[in-house]
Design a protein around this ligand. Structure first.
Ligand SMILES: [Mg+2]
Length: 285
């Protein structure tokens, strides 16, 4: 069923609240990166990707590979909300014996591949996209990478292969929040000019605000951006997006919110939801 962009924006607020609560409860998690990629995953899972919750292994489903596997909390909250597993299971996140560990785990319905060792996801995605072409199937493969992850050499081997095999059913998305665990990406291992690098490797590059739902939907609905080429969406995001005191802070890479932090963060997100709803009502009049 089609969902309006306003509904997607409100859904992203709900997912942010849910993941913060989950991380706070577990006293563990990758807060900054999950808040950074929430809008991207919301657009993919509620609007863009063809999935069947009742049949997660449906042959023609679109595939999502979370190559930046550490930022899994947004994914767990979305899969639960979609009904891939019961919502109550989120309470077991990061506890002993749970399926909902700190990285994607393919024992969980809806998860294609175990990821987290950075630099592997795009190679897996290239293989899946190539298989679709060889089998004459129409499914697409969406691969979310971190920007810190761009320093892994294997990303660029996969980039070469994706262009060589003309995989226009493959979409790479870089969560370009300009921070990694130890600081600015440009201080740790300079990536710029990153868009030109992807273009030189044969990808059609589209650069957008990766926390802007309207831009995300418009861009992802229009892939491939060029026929016969894989698409690279440079999603310029803010690490910690939606929580003022966590935004643009490397410290929040895996910082756990205190009771007070959580209270403030949920209040900010509730206020955002209210503003969005008011704006939506104004537009409807
Ligand atoms: Mg980053």
């Amino acid at each position: 069923m089609p969902v309006t962009n306003l509904e997607l924006k409100l859904k992203a607020v709900q997912i942010r609240k849910s993941l913060l609560t989950m991380i706070h409860r577990a006293k563990a998690g990758h807060t900054g990166g999950s808040l950074s990629n929430t809008d991207i995953l919301t657009a993919l899972y509620y609007r863009i990707m063809k999935l069947d919750v009742r049949n997660p292994q449906w042959t023609d489903r679109d595939r999502f590979i979370a190559s930046k596997g550490h930022s899994v909390e947004s994914l767990w909250c979305i899969l639960a909300d979609k009904g891939f597993f019961p919502k109550e299971e989120l309470e077991t996140f990061s506890q002993f014996g749970t399926r909902l560990i700190g990285h994607p785990n393919n024992k969980v319905p809806g998860v294609e591949m175990n990821t987290g060792a950075l630099g592997h996801g795009l190679s897996i995605s290239v293989g899946m996209a190539l298989a679709a072409k060889r089998d004459g199937r129409a499914y697409r493969v969406f691969c979310l990478m971190g920007d810190g992850e761009q320093a892994e050499g294997s990303v660029w081997e996969a980039a070469m292969a994706g262009a060589h095999y003309r995989l226009d059913n493959l979409v790479g998305i870089v969560d370009r929040n300009r921070l990694q665990i130890s600081g600015s990406t440009e201080d740790v291992m300079g990536l710029e000019p990153l868009e030109q690098k992807w273009a030189a490797f044969g990808w059609e590059v589209v650069s957008i605000d990766g926390n802007d739902m309207d831009q995300l939907v418009k861009t992802l609905e229009a892939v491939p951006a060029a026929p016969g080429k894989p698409t690279l969406v440079m999603a310029n995001t803010v690490k910690g997006k939606g929580v003022s005191f966590a935004e643009n802070s490397a410290k929040w890479h895996h910082h756990v919110p205190s009771d007070e932090d959580l209270r403030k963060a949920l209040a900010e997100l509730d206020a955002l939801a209210e503003r969005l709803q008011q704006e939506g009502q104004v537009r409807q009049r």
